[in-house]
Write a new protein. Structure first.
Length: 98
């Protein structure tokens, strides 16, 4: 893997390592895993907000959420780099406040 991590190289890494089992699990099962990871991230963020968070754990949970979103993109055939480019660069991104 190159020293610089891009969305494209990360998506390829996840695809190469996990596509067979991810695609067999399917979208529904994979979304459930992602939902569990959101819960773990919420817990880590709550601890961080209270001032007793573990930065290593927080980083791990962010990484897990991104990995599972990437997994869903892979099994549905979405190129994340292209999706982000179209929405946030070419499309100018959402207007208004988030």
């Amino acid at each position: 893997m190159p020293e610089e991590l891009t969305i494209q190289t990360f998506q390829a890494l996840i695809r190469d390592r996990y596509f067979k089992t991810d695609s067999e699990r399917g979208v529904g099962g994979t979304f459930l895993w992602l939902s569990e990871e959101f819960g773990e991230l919420a817990h880590a963020l709550g601890k961080w907000q209270r001032g007793d968070g573990d930065m290593d754990n927080l980083q791990e949970e962010f990484a897990d959420v991104i990995a599972w979103v990437t997994t869903l993109a892979n099994i549905t055939g979405v190129d994340l780099t292209e999706a982000l480019r179209q929405k946030y660069i070419e499309g100018g991104g959402p207007s208004g406040e988030k």
